[in-house]
Design a protein around this ligand. Structure first.
Ligand code: ZN
Length: 343
């Protein structure tokens, strides 16, 4: 008889079919110099109460995006089993090794810069980040109806807060998604028209799962006004889906959403010079085609004129680089156009 060969695949400590409120870890096997027989802990929590939609709430898909961690953790602690119809699965720090390291990318994989959201569908017995992606693809997505993937740009970028959906051609699902854009309470609501290969969004698209993502600011910090409207907004969406009770008392959306289309290549300003980036517009400003955007100063020749930056395409300023120092190839800005203008 051949010797059985067993998998080293990720293992979820909690039973996702169990009714009630449970927490534990998805264990990612990782034999390291510090811990030969150890595993990396990815926190997971579940609240399940009978039949109904299965909603997954994800934070720290990128490890330096903190609003989603606070929102997912806070909501799990606030809710009782009796508040929920169906199931909410919480993964507050999906890219846990990156989150623990205070980094966007995981330092554990061979590259030292493993971007979880570029590694789907993952590998069963791969690197730690590949294994997290594999577990999500194979073990989580088949049981999921709706995902809220709470991003916020990370340390190098700041965003005017937004929520984004992608229409999928199903009348009922798309009506719910458009309602989610209104209910979330973000200033901007982006209607996507594509997904990028190897992202969680693309993995969800293959299962026709409703996938809602956000950019809740960024810059590697948590701002109360953003965290609070998003926390209320997520609960308003869950109430709309009847996962939380209709009787739940919540404020109306904090912002009237402005619908925007996804950015295209001509809406970016990239750095074509190493130096010190000085923005001269603010996030949320509405700018014209060709409008002045800022400077790049020469670090070692401050007596020379700085390079002037201009928007090619106007629109609302949605994305701005955070650190002042920049290098050729860095994204400095991009804008968004109104959704109607694109259709
Ligand atoms: Zn992100």
């Amino acid at each position: 008889m051949p010797t059985p060969i067993v998998s080293n695949e990720p293992v979820c400590e909690i039973d996702l079919d169990a009714e009630g409120k449970h927490h534990g870890y998805v264990r990612i096997q990782f034999s390291s110099d510090r811990s030969a027989y150890g595993w990396q802990p990815v926190p997971i929590m579940s609240i399940k109460n009978g039949e109904g939609p299965v909603v997954v709430i994800i934070g720290a898909n990128h490890g330096d995006e903190y609003e989603g961690v606070s929102i997912a953790s806070g909501l799990y602690q606030e809710l009782d089993v009796g508040d929920v119809t169906g199931q909410i699965i919480f993964l507050p720090a999906l890219n846990a090794p990156a989150f623990y390291a205070g980094r966007r990318t995981s330092p554990l994989d061979e590259t030292g810069e493993a971007n979880l959201n570029r590694m789907f569908p993952g590998v069963q017995n791969g690197s730690p980040t590949e294994m997290i992606c594999w577990w999500v693809t194979e073990r989580l997505l088949p049981r999921t109806d709706v995902i809220f993937d709470l991003h916020s740009a990370g340390k190098s970028i700041d965003h005017h807060p937004s929520v984004k959906i992608r229409l999928i051609g199903d009348e009922a699902k798309d009506a719910l998604q458009m309602r989610i854009l209104e209910l979330f309470g973000a200033p901007l609501g982006i209607v996507g028209d594509r997904v990028t290969e190897t992202t969680l969004s693309s993995a969800a698209a293959r299962h026709e799962i409703i996938y809602v993502s956000t950019e809740l600011g960024g810059a590697g910090k948590i701002r109360p006004w953003i965290r609070d409207f998003a926390y209320n907004g997520l609960k308003r969406c869950l109430r709309e889906m009847a996962v939380l009770p209709a009787s739940l008392d919540l404020p109306p959306p904090e912002h009237k959403v402005a619908l925007k289309a996804m950015q295209k290549g001509d809406q970016y300003i990239f750095a074509y010079k190493d130096g010190m980036f000085e923005p001269r517009v603010n996030l949320g400003d509405v700018v014209e085609d060709g409008q002045f955007a800022g400077y790049i100063w020469d670090l070692k020749a401050p007596w020379t004129e700085p390079e002037k930056l201009y928007f090619n395409k106007g629109g609302v300023v949605f994305c701005k680089r955070t650190p002042a120092l920049c290098e050729v190839g860095d994204t400095l800005f991009f804008t968004l156009l109104d959704y109607e203008e694109q259709t």
